[in-house]
Write a protein that binds this ligand. Structure first.
Ligand SMILES: [Fe+2]
Length: 182
């Protein structure tokens, strides 16, 4: 079985089991499986690891969509930044190439956020998000593309989430647009 298909099979079993793990344990277990996947030689088809000029240079593809989990690939352009935002579900993010900077944030009482952790992830690294600790920002500080696989407990397309400015101010609700292949 191809690595991605095996991963989907394992996640289906995990997320539909009669006695399901609590969300934080589920996210950790998915993160361990994702760490194996992202270090495989070709974890996902090459067409989902490049940005497209047809879509304004973006790279954002759905790899699997089901009621209990979704898998996507994200290609970060050099210098690309995603200011602090929430996911409203558990998640795991694994790097299949290059590096990325991730900051984690905590909420202040006035709906602003403050950075509390800074991580520099290399190829093979996995970052786990749990619902009460899921505010982060991402920044590709390198001069080449960074490719990630994202796994979430919900379909983020159209899901109402929150985001802030890079300084952690001015909270707004938003929802993600469509993926490039659907
Ligand atoms: Fe994110």
């Amino acid at each position: 079985m191809e690595p991605l298909h095996q991963f989907i099979h394992d996640l289906r079993e995990l997320t539909t089991a009669k006695e399901r793990l609590p969300e934080d344990a589920l996210a950790t277990t998915v993160g361990e499986l994702l760490a194996e996947l992202v270090t495989r030689p070709s974890p996902i088809p090459a067409e989902f690891t490049v940005r497209s000029a047809l879509h304004g240079g973006r790279g954002r593809y759905i790899l699997h969509r089901s009621p209990t989990f979704t898998i996507s690939s994200i290609v970060w352009a050099p210098g690309e930044i995603a200011p602090p935002h929430t996911h409203e579900t558990w998640g795991a993010i694994g790097l299949i190439s290059n590096r990325i900077e991730e900051r984690r944030y905590e909420l202040n009482g006035d709906d602003t956020v403050r950075p509390v952790e800074h991580h520099r992830h290399d190829r093979g690294a996995v970052s786990v998000l749990i619902p009460d600790d899921d505010i982060h920002s991402m920044h590709n500080l390198t001069d080449t593309e960074t490719v990630e696989i994202h796994v979430y407990g919900k379909d983020l397309t159209g899901l109402v989430r929150r985001r802030w400015t890079v300084e952690g101010q001015d909270m707004r609700e938003f929802s993600s647009g469509k993926y490039m292949n659907c």
